[in-house]
Design a protein around this ligand. Structure first.
Ligand code: NDP
Ligand code: ZN
Ligand code: ZN
Length: 376
């Protein structure tokens, strides 16, 4: 009779996986062939699990407004270069295979993946924890270093370098975790960069996926929060989350009495607006405005800047890997979590969800349940 070494199943799987060089990984996902919202279910393969990579079986994946900008090719680039796409950069799943040199993950761990999946780990920016500005990767999200499109989280499994994966403790409510990997960290980063503190008077423009997380973080810091949005529909939600004031900017005289009064304003607005309208509201000499929303084609004129002098205006892109982990750890430890609505991972459900986001109907983030991805 052959001898066998008694190993617990997870350890056995890990040992096998680490020992054998792996082949390309079969995967299935929701693919979009051209600018549209009509997805189809398709099979494809992912790169093999390299020595420093982890293979993650995806459980949940969030729908960000950036997915919709990409699906509709809002940026106006050549679709032949960017499609087909599999969107999804708020990914949570279980590690099912690790490369031989992976030290910080083991099979069975829960891991998260955000926008930036292929930073080099060797350049100055990576060293500073600013992987989103890695000098050796394409500045576009969802792009691999060799220029290929990265197929994202609307799929059943993903392979990423260990250094780009985020640790998620067992026991977390995983349905609520995915938006932390984009919506959460994207607002966390400028809130901390601007050193918002207790008692500060702050504004959040655009109260959707990103905006509601900004309100939660700012309220938790003890700031006095004003929310700006384009209808009255979300007023009750804003006050429920702890905002002091809600302004429908399409109402009469929306800016009256607020000029020169805010310590910090964060704009998450995804559509056309005048940046100067908000910049004028922050304090002369030291007030700061951070812009994270990406309205396609929006520009700011010098006249607009000069009509709001001495205020500081900056943009911010997601966050580095350390910021992702800090945001994840803090949010879970303090129970400050996104409000999510779980939907099936089907082409029909995603098309409807996109329309709801465009129409302002989601409270506040749709999350795909990948267990429902159609099988043959
Ligand atoms: P959502 O659609 O969930 O939220 C946007 C919110 O802004 C909605 O409440 C919307 O209102 C409101 N809004 C629309 N127009 C205006 C306006 N003119 N003034 C005030 N509020 C307005 O989007 P997300 O939160 O997912 O994303 C927001 C933006 O941030 C997108 O452009 C996205 O691409 C970008 N983004 C940027 C990142 C970065 O790294 N910089 C990372 C992630 C996202 P209503 O619902 O009524 O339409
Ligand atoms: Zn996003
Ligand atoms: Zn780098």
């Amino acid at each position: 009779m052959k001898k066998s070494i008694a190993l617990p199943p997870l350890a056995l799987a890990a040992a096998l996986c680490a020992a054998e060089p792996s082949a390309r990984i079969p995967a299935r996902g929701l693919v979009l062939d051209a600018p549209d919202t009509s997805f189809r279910v398709a099979d494809f393969t992912r790169d093999p699990v390299g020595p420093k990579d982890v293979l993650i079986e995806i459980l949940y994946s969030g729908i960000c407004h950036s997915d919709i900008h990409a699906a509709l090719n809002d940026g106006g680039g050549d679709p032949a270069k960017t499609f087909p796409i599999v969107p999804g950069h708020e990914i949570v799943g279980r590690v099912t295979q690790v490369g031989a040199e992976v030290a910080s993950f083991k099979v069975g761990d829960i891991a998260g993946v955000g926008c930036f999946v292929d930073s080099c780990g060797a350049c100055d920016q990576c060293g500073l924890g600013r992987e989103q500005f890695c000098r050796n990767r394409d500045p576009q999200p969802n792009r691999l270093r060799d220029g290929r499109n990265f197929r994202g989280g609307y799929s059943n499994r993903v392979v990423v370098p260990e250094r780009n994966a985020i640790h998620i403790p067992a026991g977390a409510d995983l349905k609520r975790v995915p938006p932390l990997l984009c919506a959460g960290v994207t607002v966390w980063s400028p809130i901390h960069a601007s050193k918002v503190k207790k008692g500060d008077k702050v504004g959040v423009a655009g109260f959707g996926g990103l905006g509601h997380m900004a309100v939660k973080y700012l309220v938790a810091l003890g700031a006095e929060v004003t929310v700006f949005d384009v209808t009255d529909a979300k007023r009750d939600d804003a006050l429920r989350l702890g905002a002091k004031r809600y302004v429908n900017v399409r109402g009469p005289n929306p800016w009256a009495g607020m000029e020169d009064s805010f310590d910090f304003i964060l704009s998450t607005i995804p559509a056309d607006y005048r940046v100067g309208d908000y910049l004028r509201l922050v304090r002369y000499d030291g007030g700061e405005m951070a812009v994270v929303g990406l309205p396609p084609g929006l520009t700011i004129g010098l006249g607009e800047l000069m009509s709001a002098p001495h205020r500081r205006l900056y943009g911010s892109i997601v966050g580095g890997i350390r910021e992702h982990q800090a945001c994840m750890d803090w949010s879970l430890a303090h129970g400050v979590l996104p409000e999510t609505v779980v939907i099936p991972a089907t082409p029909e459900a995603v098309a409807k969800a996109y329309q709801d986001v465009i129409d302002g109907k989601v409270r506040f983030r749709y999350v795909l349940d990948l267990a429902t991805l159609p099988q043959d």
